[in-house]
Ligand binder design. Structure first.
Ligand code: HEM
Length: 496
C-alpha cells in the first residue's frame, strides 16, 4: 500500500482498489466467460491489455503479490529505461530458465555483460552476410514445399512450414547442422520446442502455476512434457557440442596460425555460432560446454519462433493489401526480373527499401515481443517522477505502436511511414520492435536479412491470396498465433 501511495501521490494513475495479497491482479481478468475458456482468454488478452491503457493512460501502476509494476507506453520513459539499465525482472526470466539456464536472454548485470561480449562476434555483420546463402537455400526449399498448396483456390496453414524453415536456418547457422523437415529427429526436436512454448505459455497467463511444485501437482502431464522437451533439447545440443569440440581439437593440431574474429567470419570456410564459441575464450580460458549449451539453447529459443511469426504476419498483411503486395513485388522484380534462379545477396537485399518498410510496418502492427520488462536497483527520476528502485518497468510496444502521436492513423497498414522521407517524424525510441540500447536484440540484423530473403523468394514465386480467417495473436512471451495462419497462394505469372 505504501508503494501504491508513492505512485498515486505523484499523479501516476492507479486502479482504485487494492486487495490484500492479490493487489490489482484481478485487473488481468478479461471476463467471467473467458476464465472458463482458457483459449478464449488468451486470445482476448491483447485487447484487454490495450483496454487497461485506454482506462489509465500511457503510464500506470499496478501491484500483485510482491510485484510492483509500472506499465509504460511513453517514449520519455522508454528512453531512460532502455538507455540506463540492462537488468531484467526475475519473473520475466523464470519460465525460460529451465530451458536456457543462464543464457544471455535471462541473466542480468555483470554476468550479462560478459555473455554479451562473448556472443557479439557470433552476430558480426560479415558472418550474417555469409549466412545469406543459408537463408536463400532454405527459402528455396520453402517455396518448393509451398507448391502443393498453390492452387489459387483453397486456404492452408502456412505457419508449420515457415516454422520448419526458421528452425532449419537456426540449426544450420548455430550448429552447422543441415536439417530435413521429414527427418524424425528434427520433427521430435521441433515438437519438443513447441511443447515447451505452449506449456510454459499457460504458466505465464496463470501465475499460480509458476511455482514448480504447484505446476507439478496441478498439471502433471504438462510438467512431464515440458521437462522431457528440455531434457531432449539439452541432450541433443550436448552431443553436437562434444562432437564439434573433438573435431576442432583435431583440426587445431594441424593448424599453424590463430585467427582473429575477422578471419573467422570472412575466411573461406564459413564458421557457425558454435565454432565461434568453441574457439573463443573468456579471460583467457576456453568457454565451458555448459555455457555454450545455454547459449545455443538461447539462440534456438529466441531466434526461430520470432522470425516465423513475423513472416506469417507479413504474409497475412500482404495478402489483405494487394496494392502493397504489388508494389513490393515490383521492387523485387526490378532487381531479378524473370531470373528466379539468381542467388540472393546482401547487396541485393540492401536495395529493397520498400520491402524493408513492409517488414517494419508489420512489426509495428504485430509487435512480436508485445511487452518486456526492465528493473533498476536504485530509484530513478523520469519526467520529474521518482520511480522507486525494484519496480518492474514493463515496456509495452503493444500500446505505444498504436499511439497516433507517434504513428498517425495507427490502424492503417502503411509501410510508407518508414520511408526515408517520413522516418524522421517518428520520435526516437517510439519504434523499437527489437528493443533498443545496450540490451537490444542481438539477432535483429540476422532476423531482418532472413525475413527479407524469404519474402523475396515467396513473392518471386507466388501471389498471396486473402483466404482464411485473420490471425488470432495472443500475448505470451511473444505474439503467438493461436490457430496458425491460413491463406491462399497462386503461382505468379510473368508476362512473356
Ligand atoms: C523478428 C524477429 C525478432 C524480434 C522482433 C526480436 C525482438 C527481440 C526483443 C524485443 C528483445 C528484447 C527482449 C527483452 O528485453 O526482454 C530480443 C532479445 C534477444 N533476441 Fe531477438 N528478436 C527477433 C529475432 C531474433 C533472432 C533471429 C535471434 C537470434 C538468431 C534473436 C536473439 C535474441 C537474443 C539472444 C536476445 C537477448 C539479448 C540480450 O538479452 O542481450 N532474436 N529480441
Amino acid at each position: 500500500r505504501n508503494v501504491a501511495r508513492k505512485f498515486s501521490s505523484q499523479g501516476i494513475a492507479r486502479p482504485p482498489l487494492t486487495l490484500p495479497i492479490l493487489g490489482d491482479s484481478l485487473l488481468s481478468k478479461p471476463n467471467r466467460y473467458a476464465y472458463a475458456h482458457y483459449f478464449q482468454m488468451i486470445s482476448e488478452f491483447p485487447t484487454h491489455f490495450k483496454n487497461l491503457f485506454e482506462r489509465f493512460g500511457n503510464v500506470f501502476h499496478v501491484c500483485g503479490g510482491l510485484t510492483s509494476l509500472l506499465m509504460v507506453a511513453d517514449v520519455d520513459y522508454y528512453k531512460v529505461i532502455l538507455r540506463d539499465t540492462v537488468n531484467k525482472p526475475y519473473l520475466s526470466t523464470y519460465v525460460l530458465k529451465p530451458a536456457i539456464g543462464a543464457g544471455l536472454a535471462v541473466v542480468s548485470g555483470e554476468e550479462w555483460r560478459v555473455r554479451r561480449k562473448m556472443l557479439n562476434p557470433a552476430f558480426h555483420i560479415k558472418l550474417i552476410e555469409s549466412f545469406t546463402k543459408v537463408f536463400d537455400e532454405h527459402s528455396r526449399t520453402l517455396t518448393q514445399r509451398l507448391q502443393q498448396h498453390a492452387d489459387g483456390k483453397s486456404s492452408f496453414d502456412i505457419f508449420p512450414i515457415i516454422s520448419d524453415m526458421t528452425l532449419g536456418i537456426i540449426f544450420e547457422t548455430t550448429m552447422g547442422f543441415k536439417t530435413d523437415p521429414n527427418d524424425l529427429d528434427f520433427r521430435k526436436y521441433s515438437s519438443s520446442i513447441q511443447d515447451f512454448i505452449s506449456n510454459e505459455s499457460e504458466r505465464m497467463v496463470k501465475p499460480w502455476l509458476l511455482p514448480r511444485f504447484v505446476y507439478y501437482i496441478l498439471r502433471y502431464r504438462n510438467f512431464k512434457k515440458s521437462s522431457a522437451a528440455v531434457a531432449y533439447g539439452c541432450d541433443f545440443h550436448t552431443k553436437i557440442i562434444r562432437k564439434k569440440r573433438q573435431e576442432l581439437e583435431e583440426t587445431k593440431k594441424n593448424a599453424t596460425q590463430t585467427e582473429d574474429v575477422d578471419d573467422k567470419v570472412s575466411g573461406t570456410k564459413r564458421q557457425n555460432f558454435l565454432e565461434i564459441l568453441l574457439t573463443s575464450s573468456i579471460d583467457g580460458k576456453p568457454i565451458s560446454d555448459d555455457v555454450i549449451q545455454d547459449e545455443i539453447a538461447t539462440i534456438v529459443m529466441t531466434g526461430s519462433d520470432t522470425s516465423a511469426h513475423t513472416l506469417c504476419y507479413a504474409l497475412y498483411l500482404l495478402s489483405r493489401h494487394p496494392d502493397i503486395q504489388q508494389k513490393a513485388f515490383l521492387e523485387i522484380f526490378s532487381l531479378y526480373e524473370t531470373d528466379r534462379e539468381r542467388s540472393i545477396t546482401m547487396q541485393d537485399l540492401s536495395k529493397l527499401k520498400y520491402l524493408e518498410c513492409v517488414i517494419k510496418e508489420t512489426l509495428r502492427v504485430y509487435p512480436i515481443i508485445p511487452f518486456y520488462g526492465r528493473v533498476f536497483d536504485e530509484d530513478i527520476v523520469v519526467d520529474g517522477k521518482i520511480i522507486p528502485g525494484g519496480t518492474t518497468l514493463l515496456i509495452c510496444p503493444i500500446r505505444s505502436n498504436e499511439n497516433p502521436e507517434y504513428f498517425p492513423e495507427p490502424k492503417r497498414f502503411n509501410p510508407e511511414r518508414f520511408n526515408d522521407e517520413n522516418i524522421n517524424k517518428i520520435p526516437e525510441y517510439a519504434f523499437a520492435p527489437f528493443s533498443a540500447g545496450p540490451r537490444g536484440c542481438i539477432g535483429s540484423r540476422f532476423a531482418m536479412v532472413e525475413i527479407k530473403c524469404t519474402l523475396v523468394r515467396i513473392l518471386l514465386e507466388y501471389e498471396i491470396l486473402p483466404f482464411g480467417d485473420p490471425p488470432k495473436p495472443f500475448a505470451y512471451l511473444s505474439y503467438q498465433l493461436q490457430d496458425g495462419l491460413h491463406l491462399g497462394l497462386k503461382p505468379r505469372k510473368y508476362d512473356p
